[in-house]
Design a protein around this ligand. Structure first.
Ligand code: NIG
Ligand code: FE
Length: 385
Protein backbone atom coordinates (compact mmCIF):
# COMPACT_ATOMS: atom_id res chain seq x y z
CA UNK A 1 0.00 0.00 0.00
CA UNK A 2 1.32 3.44 -0.94
CA UNK A 3 2.42 5.76 1.85
CA UNK A 4 0.20 8.78 2.45
CA UNK A 5 0.81 12.27 3.81
CA UNK A 6 -2.23 14.17 5.08
CA UNK A 7 -1.07 17.78 5.17
CA UNK A 8 -2.66 21.12 6.07
CA UNK A 9 -4.63 19.78 9.03
CA UNK A 10 -6.00 22.69 11.07
CA UNK A 11 -6.58 20.60 14.19
CA UNK A 12 -5.40 16.99 14.52
CA UNK A 13 -6.80 14.96 17.39
CA UNK A 14 -4.28 12.20 18.10
CA UNK A 15 -5.46 11.23 21.60
CA UNK A 16 -1.73 10.96 22.26
CA UNK A 17 0.33 12.33 25.16
CA UNK A 18 -0.57 15.71 26.66
CA UNK A 19 -3.92 17.00 25.51
CA UNK A 20 -3.75 14.79 22.43
CA UNK A 21 -4.30 17.67 20.01
CA UNK A 22 -1.88 19.20 17.47
CA UNK A 23 -2.68 22.37 15.51
CA UNK A 24 -1.32 23.11 12.04
CA UNK A 25 -0.54 19.43 11.74
CA UNK A 26 0.25 16.58 9.37
CA UNK A 27 -0.15 12.83 9.52
CA UNK A 28 1.89 10.16 7.72
CA UNK A 29 0.60 6.65 7.10
CA UNK A 30 2.51 3.68 5.74
CA UNK A 31 1.16 0.21 5.12
CA UNK A 32 -2.10 0.96 6.90
CA UNK A 33 -0.43 2.21 10.07
CA UNK A 34 0.27 5.71 11.42
CA UNK A 35 4.03 6.28 11.25
CA UNK A 36 4.20 9.96 12.13
CA UNK A 37 1.88 12.70 13.52
CA UNK A 38 2.80 16.22 14.57
CA UNK A 39 3.29 19.83 13.51
CA UNK A 40 3.41 19.97 9.74
CA UNK A 41 6.76 21.68 9.49
CA UNK A 42 8.35 18.56 11.02
CA UNK A 43 6.66 16.09 8.67
CA UNK A 44 9.03 13.69 6.90
CA UNK A 45 9.20 13.84 3.09
CA UNK A 46 8.75 11.05 0.65
CA UNK A 47 5.14 9.90 0.91
CA UNK A 48 3.80 8.61 -2.41
CA UNK A 49 0.37 10.23 -2.03
CA UNK A 50 -0.67 13.53 -0.53
CA UNK A 51 -4.03 14.80 0.69
CA UNK A 52 -4.53 18.47 1.58
CA UNK A 53 -6.90 18.84 4.51
CA UNK A 54 -7.32 22.54 3.71
CA UNK A 55 -7.12 23.67 7.33
CA UNK A 56 -9.92 21.38 8.46
CA UNK A 57 -9.95 18.96 11.43
CA UNK A 58 -8.87 15.30 11.42
CA UNK A 59 -9.95 12.95 14.21
CA UNK A 60 -9.55 9.22 14.88
CA UNK A 61 -12.24 7.04 13.31
CA UNK A 62 -15.10 6.35 15.69
CA UNK A 63 -15.05 3.04 17.56
CA UNK A 64 -18.64 1.91 18.08
CA UNK A 65 -18.24 -0.74 20.75
CA UNK A 66 -21.91 -1.70 21.14
CA UNK A 67 -24.28 -2.52 18.27
CA UNK A 68 -26.91 -5.12 17.45
CA UNK A 69 -26.83 -5.19 13.65
CA UNK A 70 -27.97 -8.72 12.84
CA UNK A 71 -31.76 -8.58 12.63
CA UNK A 72 -34.62 -8.34 10.18
CA UNK A 73 -37.55 -5.93 10.05
CA UNK A 74 -38.00 -2.80 12.11
CA UNK A 75 -40.21 -1.58 14.95
CA UNK A 76 -41.22 1.86 13.75
CA UNK A 77 -44.80 1.41 15.03
CA UNK A 78 -43.48 0.53 18.48
CA UNK A 79 -41.39 3.73 18.44
CA UNK A 80 -44.40 5.80 17.36
CA UNK A 81 -46.53 4.31 20.14
CA UNK A 82 -43.77 5.00 22.65
CA UNK A 83 -43.65 8.62 21.65
CA UNK A 84 -47.34 8.75 22.56
CA UNK A 85 -46.62 7.43 26.04
CA UNK A 86 -46.28 3.66 25.87
CA UNK A 87 -43.26 2.63 27.99
CA UNK A 88 -40.28 0.74 26.57
CA UNK A 89 -39.95 -2.87 27.62
CA UNK A 90 -37.51 -5.59 26.62
CA UNK A 91 -40.54 -7.55 25.37
CA UNK A 92 -40.26 -5.92 21.94
CA UNK A 93 -37.07 -7.92 21.39
CA UNK A 94 -39.29 -10.96 20.72
CA UNK A 95 -40.89 -9.20 17.73
CA UNK A 96 -37.46 -8.85 16.14
CA UNK A 97 -36.56 -12.44 17.07
CA UNK A 98 -39.55 -13.70 15.05
CA UNK A 99 -38.58 -11.58 12.02
CA UNK A 100 -34.92 -12.60 12.26
CA UNK A 101 -35.68 -16.31 12.43
CA UNK A 102 -37.84 -15.98 9.32
CA UNK A 103 -35.17 -14.15 7.29
CA UNK A 104 -32.63 -15.75 4.97
CA UNK A 105 -28.88 -15.49 5.54
CA UNK A 106 -28.69 -13.14 2.56
CA UNK A 107 -31.34 -10.85 3.99
CA UNK A 108 -29.52 -10.70 7.32
CA UNK A 109 -26.16 -10.04 5.66
CA UNK A 110 -27.72 -7.38 3.42
CA UNK A 111 -29.11 -5.61 6.45
CA UNK A 112 -25.78 -5.67 8.29
CA UNK A 113 -24.04 -4.37 5.16
CA UNK A 114 -26.50 -1.48 4.86
CA UNK A 115 -26.00 -0.51 8.50
CA UNK A 116 -22.22 -0.95 8.45
CA UNK A 117 -22.00 1.27 5.36
CA UNK A 118 -24.28 3.84 6.97
CA UNK A 119 -22.03 3.83 10.05
CA UNK A 120 -18.89 4.18 7.92
CA UNK A 121 -20.36 7.20 6.11
CA UNK A 122 -20.73 8.82 9.54
CA UNK A 123 -17.10 8.10 10.44
CA UNK A 124 -17.27 4.76 12.22
CA UNK A 125 -14.21 2.67 11.39
CA UNK A 126 -14.76 -0.17 13.89
CA UNK A 127 -18.11 -1.59 14.93
CA UNK A 128 -18.88 -4.34 17.39
CA UNK A 129 -21.78 -6.59 16.48
CA UNK A 130 -23.90 -8.80 18.70
CA UNK A 131 -26.09 -11.78 18.01
CA UNK A 132 -29.20 -12.01 20.18
CA UNK A 133 -32.16 -11.95 17.81
CA UNK A 134 -31.87 -15.63 16.86
CA UNK A 135 -32.06 -17.34 20.25
CA UNK A 136 -31.87 -20.88 18.85
CA UNK A 137 -28.53 -22.65 18.44
CA UNK A 138 -28.82 -22.45 14.66
CA UNK A 139 -30.00 -18.82 14.51
CA UNK A 140 -27.35 -17.61 16.94
CA UNK A 141 -24.60 -19.37 14.99
CA UNK A 142 -25.74 -17.88 11.69
CA UNK A 143 -26.08 -14.43 13.27
CA UNK A 144 -22.45 -14.58 14.39
CA UNK A 145 -21.32 -15.96 11.04
CA UNK A 146 -23.01 -13.05 9.30
CA UNK A 147 -21.48 -10.58 11.76
CA UNK A 148 -18.05 -12.02 11.12
CA UNK A 149 -18.30 -10.97 7.48
CA UNK A 150 -18.18 -7.35 8.66
CA UNK A 151 -16.21 -7.17 11.91
CA UNK A 152 -13.70 -9.02 14.06
CA UNK A 153 -15.64 -7.85 17.11
CA UNK A 154 -18.45 -10.39 17.25
CA UNK A 155 -20.37 -10.88 20.50
CA UNK A 156 -22.47 -13.89 21.49
CA UNK A 157 -25.67 -12.58 23.11
CA UNK A 158 -27.76 -15.74 23.31
CA UNK A 159 -28.84 -14.36 26.71
CA UNK A 160 -30.74 -11.37 25.30
CA UNK A 161 -34.21 -12.47 26.47
CA UNK A 162 -35.85 -15.83 27.13
CA UNK A 163 -37.49 -16.71 23.80
CA UNK A 164 -41.23 -17.46 23.74
CA UNK A 165 -40.84 -21.23 23.37
CA UNK A 166 -39.05 -21.25 26.75
CA UNK A 167 -41.63 -19.07 28.54
CA UNK A 168 -41.83 -20.18 32.17
CA UNK A 169 -38.67 -22.31 31.70
CA UNK A 170 -35.97 -19.67 31.97
CA UNK A 171 -33.50 -21.95 33.72
CA UNK A 172 -33.75 -24.50 30.91
CA UNK A 173 -33.00 -21.73 28.44
CA UNK A 174 -29.99 -20.64 30.53
CA UNK A 175 -28.72 -24.24 30.38
CA UNK A 176 -29.08 -24.19 26.59
CA UNK A 177 -27.19 -20.88 26.33
CA UNK A 178 -24.29 -21.92 28.56
CA UNK A 179 -24.21 -25.44 27.08
CA UNK A 180 -24.84 -26.34 23.43
CA UNK A 181 -25.49 -22.81 22.18
CA UNK A 182 -22.21 -21.50 23.61
CA UNK A 183 -20.36 -24.55 22.31
CA UNK A 184 -21.63 -23.88 18.78
CA UNK A 185 -21.19 -20.09 18.90
CA UNK A 186 -17.84 -19.67 20.65
CA UNK A 187 -15.74 -20.32 17.51
CA UNK A 188 -17.42 -17.35 15.78
CA UNK A 189 -17.22 -14.78 18.58
CA UNK A 190 -14.66 -12.87 20.61
CA UNK A 191 -17.06 -11.68 23.32
CA UNK A 192 -19.95 -12.92 25.43
CA UNK A 193 -22.69 -10.60 26.67
CA UNK A 194 -25.80 -10.96 28.85
CA UNK A 195 -28.76 -8.61 29.22
CA UNK A 196 -28.79 -8.48 33.03
CA UNK A 197 -32.06 -6.75 33.86
CA UNK A 198 -35.46 -7.39 35.39
CA UNK A 199 -37.45 -9.04 32.58
CA UNK A 200 -34.31 -10.55 31.05
CA UNK A 201 -31.66 -12.41 33.13
CA UNK A 202 -30.99 -12.13 36.89
CA UNK A 203 -27.62 -11.97 38.61
CA UNK A 204 -27.25 -15.68 39.17
CA UNK A 205 -28.12 -16.52 35.56
CA UNK A 206 -25.84 -13.77 34.27
CA UNK A 207 -22.88 -15.03 36.28
CA UNK A 208 -23.44 -18.65 35.22
CA UNK A 209 -23.56 -17.73 31.52
CA UNK A 210 -20.55 -15.41 31.62
CA UNK A 211 -18.46 -17.93 33.55
CA UNK A 212 -19.26 -20.60 30.97
CA UNK A 213 -18.23 -18.17 28.23
CA UNK A 214 -14.96 -17.35 29.96
CA UNK A 215 -14.21 -21.07 30.20
CA UNK A 216 -14.64 -21.21 26.42
CA UNK A 217 -12.17 -18.36 25.89
CA UNK A 218 -14.67 -15.53 25.37
CA UNK A 219 -14.28 -12.22 27.19
CA UNK A 220 -17.34 -10.85 29.00
CA UNK A 221 -19.22 -7.58 28.55
CA UNK A 222 -22.59 -6.95 30.18
CA UNK A 223 -25.81 -5.00 29.53
CA UNK A 224 -26.30 -3.60 33.03
CA UNK A 225 -28.48 -0.97 34.68
CA UNK A 226 -30.42 0.03 31.56
CA UNK A 227 -33.91 0.06 33.07
CA UNK A 228 -33.11 -0.06 36.79
CA UNK A 229 -30.36 -0.73 39.31
CA UNK A 230 -29.25 -4.35 39.52
CA UNK A 231 -26.35 -6.72 40.06
CA UNK A 232 -24.94 -6.42 36.53
CA UNK A 233 -22.18 -3.89 37.18
CA UNK A 234 -20.91 -5.74 40.24
CA UNK A 235 -20.78 -9.01 38.29
CA UNK A 236 -19.08 -7.33 35.33
CA UNK A 237 -16.32 -5.96 37.56
CA UNK A 238 -15.92 -9.22 39.49
CA UNK A 239 -15.52 -11.21 36.30
CA UNK A 240 -13.13 -8.70 34.70
CA UNK A 241 -15.54 -7.70 31.94
CA UNK A 242 -14.16 -5.36 29.30
CA UNK A 243 -17.24 -3.19 29.62
CA UNK A 244 -20.50 -2.61 31.47
CA UNK A 245 -22.97 -1.09 29.04
CA UNK A 246 -25.91 1.32 29.42
CA UNK A 247 -25.16 1.87 33.17
CA UNK A 248 -27.91 4.45 33.38
CA UNK A 249 -29.01 3.33 36.85
CA UNK A 250 -26.05 3.03 39.19
CA UNK A 251 -25.55 2.85 42.94
CA UNK A 252 -22.58 4.65 44.50
CA UNK A 253 -21.04 1.21 45.08
CA UNK A 254 -21.35 0.50 41.35
CA UNK A 255 -19.52 3.73 40.50
CA UNK A 256 -16.77 2.93 43.02
CA UNK A 257 -16.42 -0.60 41.66
CA UNK A 258 -16.06 0.70 38.09
CA UNK A 259 -13.56 3.35 39.18
CA UNK A 260 -11.26 0.81 40.76
CA UNK A 261 -11.46 -1.65 37.84
CA UNK A 262 -10.41 -2.00 34.22
CA UNK A 263 -14.08 -2.28 33.20
CA UNK A 264 -15.16 0.55 30.91
CA UNK A 265 -18.59 2.20 31.35
CA UNK A 266 -20.17 2.29 27.89
CA UNK A 267 -22.92 4.88 27.63
CA UNK A 268 -25.60 4.52 24.95
CA UNK A 269 -27.59 7.75 24.85
CA UNK A 270 -29.33 6.76 21.62
CA UNK A 271 -31.34 4.37 23.79
CA UNK A 272 -32.44 7.08 26.20
CA UNK A 273 -33.28 9.34 23.27
CA UNK A 274 -35.43 6.70 21.56
CA UNK A 275 -37.13 5.49 24.71
CA UNK A 276 -37.53 9.01 26.13
CA UNK A 277 -35.80 8.03 29.36
CA UNK A 278 -33.45 9.89 31.69
CA UNK A 279 -29.86 9.88 30.40
CA UNK A 280 -26.94 8.33 32.28
CA UNK A 281 -24.83 10.78 34.26
CA UNK A 282 -21.51 10.75 32.44
CA UNK A 283 -20.17 13.52 34.69
CA UNK A 284 -20.59 11.38 37.81
CA UNK A 285 -18.59 8.58 36.15
CA UNK A 286 -15.87 10.82 34.71
CA UNK A 287 -15.41 12.68 37.99
CA UNK A 288 -15.04 9.34 39.78
CA UNK A 289 -12.24 8.37 37.37
CA UNK A 290 -14.18 5.74 35.39
CA UNK A 291 -13.15 5.18 31.75
CA UNK A 292 -16.18 6.09 29.64
CA UNK A 293 -17.08 5.00 26.11
CA UNK A 294 -19.92 6.24 23.91
CA UNK A 295 -21.54 3.81 21.48
CA UNK A 296 -24.64 3.68 19.29
CA UNK A 297 -26.44 0.55 20.61
CA UNK A 298 -27.84 0.40 17.07
CA UNK A 299 -30.84 -1.95 17.19
CA UNK A 300 -34.38 -1.81 15.82
CA UNK A 301 -36.03 -1.38 19.24
CA UNK A 302 -34.38 1.00 21.65
CA UNK A 303 -31.88 2.92 19.45
CA UNK A 304 -32.14 2.72 15.68
CA UNK A 305 -29.14 4.91 14.85
CA UNK A 306 -25.62 4.17 13.64
CA UNK A 307 -24.57 7.78 14.00
CA UNK A 308 -21.72 8.34 16.45
CA UNK A 309 -21.66 12.16 16.07
CA UNK A 310 -25.32 12.15 17.15
CA UNK A 311 -24.36 10.13 20.25
CA UNK A 312 -21.55 12.60 20.98
CA UNK A 313 -23.96 15.51 20.67
CA UNK A 314 -26.30 13.81 23.17
CA UNK A 315 -23.37 13.17 25.50
CA UNK A 316 -22.51 16.85 25.47
CA UNK A 317 -26.02 18.28 25.57
CA UNK A 318 -27.67 15.79 27.92
CA UNK A 319 -24.93 14.09 29.93
CA UNK A 320 -22.64 16.92 30.97
CA UNK A 321 -19.67 15.80 28.88
CA UNK A 322 -17.36 18.35 27.31
CA UNK A 323 -17.05 18.05 23.50
CA UNK A 324 -13.52 16.84 24.06
CA UNK A 325 -14.62 14.12 26.51
CA UNK A 326 -17.36 13.00 24.13
CA UNK A 327 -14.88 12.62 21.27
CA UNK A 328 -12.46 10.67 23.45
CA UNK A 329 -15.29 8.41 24.62
CA UNK A 330 -16.32 7.74 21.01
CA UNK A 331 -12.77 6.90 19.93
CA UNK A 332 -10.22 5.77 22.50
CA UNK A 333 -12.99 4.97 25.02
CA UNK A 334 -14.58 2.55 22.56
CA UNK A 335 -11.17 1.08 21.80
CA UNK A 336 -10.62 0.40 25.52
CA UNK A 337 -14.07 -1.19 25.74
CA UNK A 338 -12.96 -3.53 22.95
CA UNK A 339 -9.45 -3.96 24.37
CA UNK A 340 -7.93 -2.74 21.15
CA UNK A 341 -4.79 -0.69 21.89
CA UNK A 342 -4.26 -0.29 18.13
CA UNK A 343 -7.47 1.75 17.71
CA UNK A 344 -8.94 5.06 18.82
CA UNK A 345 -5.79 7.18 18.54
CA UNK A 346 -3.45 8.49 15.84
CA UNK A 347 -0.01 8.05 17.32
CA UNK A 348 2.70 5.97 15.62
CA UNK A 349 1.75 2.29 15.55
CA UNK A 350 -2.01 2.88 15.50
CA UNK A 351 -4.13 1.46 12.71
CA UNK A 352 -4.63 4.39 10.34
CA UNK A 353 -8.36 4.89 10.90
CA UNK A 354 -9.19 8.57 10.60
CA UNK A 355 -11.83 11.04 9.55
CA UNK A 356 -11.49 14.38 7.76
CA UNK A 357 -14.23 16.69 9.00
CA UNK A 358 -15.88 19.43 7.02
CA UNK A 359 -15.22 21.68 10.00
CA UNK A 360 -12.33 23.63 11.45
CA UNK A 361 -12.61 22.07 14.91
CA UNK A 362 -13.83 18.78 16.40
CA UNK A 363 -16.10 20.78 18.70
CA UNK A 364 -18.35 21.15 15.66
CA UNK A 365 -19.32 17.45 15.97
CA UNK A 366 -21.51 18.33 18.95
CA UNK A 367 -22.01 22.01 18.12
CA UNK A 368 -23.65 21.29 14.75
CA UNK A 369 -25.93 18.33 15.55
CA UNK A 370 -27.49 16.49 12.64
CA UNK A 371 -25.14 18.09 10.09
CA UNK A 372 -23.11 15.54 8.12
CA UNK A 373 -19.63 16.88 8.86
CA UNK A 374 -17.80 13.66 8.01
CA UNK A 375 -16.15 14.44 4.68
CA UNK A 376 -13.68 11.59 4.05
CA UNK A 377 -12.93 8.38 5.97
CA UNK A 378 -9.84 6.13 5.94
CA UNK A 379 -9.69 2.66 7.45
CA UNK A 380 -6.27 1.02 7.83
CA UNK A 381 -4.89 3.70 5.50
CA UNK A 382 -7.40 3.02 2.72
CA UNK A 383 -10.06 5.57 1.86
CA UNK A 384 -13.43 3.94 2.37
CA UNK A 385 -15.53 6.96 1.59
O1 NIG B 1 -29.29 -2.64 24.22
N1 NIG B 1 -31.09 -4.00 26.16
C1 NIG B 1 -31.15 -4.95 25.42
N2 NIG B 1 -30.98 -4.88 24.11
C2 NIG B 1 -31.14 -3.73 23.32
C3 NIG B 1 -32.56 -3.48 22.99
C4 NIG B 1 -33.00 -4.46 22.03
C5 NIG B 1 -34.37 -4.24 21.47
O2 NIG B 1 -35.23 -3.51 22.03
O3 NIG B 1 -34.57 -4.87 20.41
C6 NIG B 1 -30.49 -2.54 23.97
O4 NIG B 1 -31.10 -1.50 24.19
FE1 FE C 1 -27.58 -3.19 23.58
Amino acid sequence: MASLLVDGIGVLVTNGPGDGVVTDAALVVDDGVVVWAGERRGAPDGAEERVDAGGRAVVPGFVDSHAHLVFAGDRAEEFAARMQGRPYSAGGIRTTVAATRAASDDELAGNVRRLAEEAARAGTTTIECKSGYGLTVEDEVRSLRVARGFTEEGTFLGAHVVPPEYAGRADEYVDLVRGPMLEACAPYARWIDVFCERGAFDGEQTRAILEAGIAKGLVPRVHAGQLGEGPGVRIAVELGAASADHVTHLTDADVDALASSETVATLLPGAEFSTRSPYPDARRLLDAGVTVALASDCNPGSSYTTNMPFCMALGVREMRMTPDEALRAATVGGARALRRPDLGHLTPGARADFVLLDAPSPIHLAYRPGVPLVSRVWQAGREVR
